[in-house]
Design a protein around this ligand. Sequence first.
Ligand code: PRX
Length: 637
Amino acid sequence: MDSESYTVSLGNNNSEIRQKAESDFISFWDKQAKNLSWFSQWTKTLDWNPPFAKWFVGGTLNACYNALDIHQNTRAEKPAILWEGENGDSSVLTYKDLLDQVNKFSNALKSLGLKKGDRVTIYLPMVPELSISMLACARIGAIHTVVFSGFSSIALKDRIDDSKSKIVITADGGYRRGSVVKLKEIVDDAIKELDCVQNVIVFERTKIDITKNPKDKLWSELMKDSSTKCEPEHLESNHPLYILYTSGTTGKPKGVLHGTGGYLTHLYSTFKWAFDIKDSDIFFCTADIGWVTGHSYVVYAPLLHGATVVMYEGAPDYPDISRMWGIVQKYKVSIFYTTPTALRMFMKFGDAIPNSFNLSTLRLLGTVGEPINPEVWKWYFKTIGKEKCPIIDTWWQTETGGMMLSPLPGIETIPLKPGSATHPIPGTDLAVVDESGTEVPSNTKGYLVIRKPWPGMLLTLWGDDDKYKTVYWSKYENSYYSGDYAIKDEDGYFWILGRADDVLKVAGHRIGTAELESSIASHSDVAEAAVCGIPDEIKGEVIIAFVVLKQGIKKNEESLRKEIIKVVRNGVGPIATPEQIYFVSKLPKTRSGKIMRRLLKSIAKNDKIGDVSTLEDGAAVSEVQSAFDELKKSIKK
Ligand code: PRX
């Protein structure tokens, strides 16, 4: 941990907020919720039936109304979305344009028979139609489930099937690094055996030829004669807004379910406190909407505040590494929010590239998704922010809905320590505890937990209350288990040390080891597989796979590796591609048959092996050890 600290004041010092939050967190959040527009007042602020929380019970509101309608008198002509296509296309949607488009699309969805509570899977690239689709679902009370457009057809199928979506919204194709990804073909493949899907709506992004099926409807045709008037549904605060699938320690991704009133209250507040948002700001978050950062801080939070958002379609380094700085300069971005992986990549190419752009409009910088190395933090602060922008390192998860730890320059000025996400946001209670749930002394590694319900928290896991209880609430009584290791230092600053469970963070993407292992094991020659992550200079972590082949398989290893990579890319998606694949004859396991991932990891990191007394068969250790020695040799070459 770095001892240096940096202080940048944006001139805000509102200590009352923390005081009020500490004295009574329920009435504190009650007051924050009043920043939203409600159709009717709630009767109870928090109904806490552990581990199920209901916020603002009985109050009715609409997420889309709060994002768009409330701005029509004051900001109708203000840009809501400044969109930049990968190929240089661009468009501007004002708050009026966006409301018109959303209303038209809401009516189109209704015309297909979609009703409140129905699920809609959205599989679109980063185009404004993605935001329009989400907001239209929210307007009519349908539950959206966005699937990142880099996921494969099998991953997409699992998610459509689990949510039993009636409608899938996709595009003919999407641009990625100059070529077209044929999204509609992937959807056709995914829904082949699914009866739940009644219609597929196809947005014509690339105008490539597509095969038309009876269920297909073209976006342009649905929108042509659709009315721009659509009344928003009055929805109870705990009506589900969306399902977002995320990886955990078990094989199947979990459908994290978020509600409306609590979630929006959390977003409204954190966006204001962390980003100090002003009407004049141009906000650019580089996350894809397919992940939670995009849901919360590209779509909902900025629109609640009537902010202008830059949305970029493609890869951050396409056509070259200067693309992001070109966008910051072109759109006069004032707040920039990105990932440590992107920053590490930019930093590698040196200062001359960002220095050749005018970045003087920037006033605040953010980071999210994985731990940020102090030297990268300092580079961001000095080279990009010219030492005048606070860096907000925001820790949160798909499940928390919004930020839980972050500096909050919108309400206070504190010294920033590179690599620390600083303090919990007001009205939340985070702690670092040991195995037994006791808070550890300062500067001691432990598990990060949340001890009180918070408004952005997930309602449950879609269709699986039991799993919700087991995954998050069974390790500790009445505390939410985050799955992360952390340290709280002597000044009360939190430092996130990474995952404590079998979840990997590869380039900021959350990938479950079990999900990956079952995908590798679906190859007909594979008997068993185990994966782990090893540190990587740019991506934070990369995937290493140890594979046991079925008896008698005598294929060329190189071609088998290629086949396995193909299986993973088809089964999960390109983001899960293993960096290295090692063939071994046994995996190190405990006597109860559990793979000793700790051992794989320590071998892979070249650490000491530690206690292996629970290994089923000591021979496997040397085997994995020699496999890794081979790996090291191959890296040296
Ligand atoms: O391990 C933590 C890491 O990302 C995990 C959550 O991943 P996901 O649900 O995909 O959400 C990512 C975007 C909010 C956490 O359990 N993580 C997230 N933010 C940080 C972080 N690790 C360190 N520092 C952060 N700022």
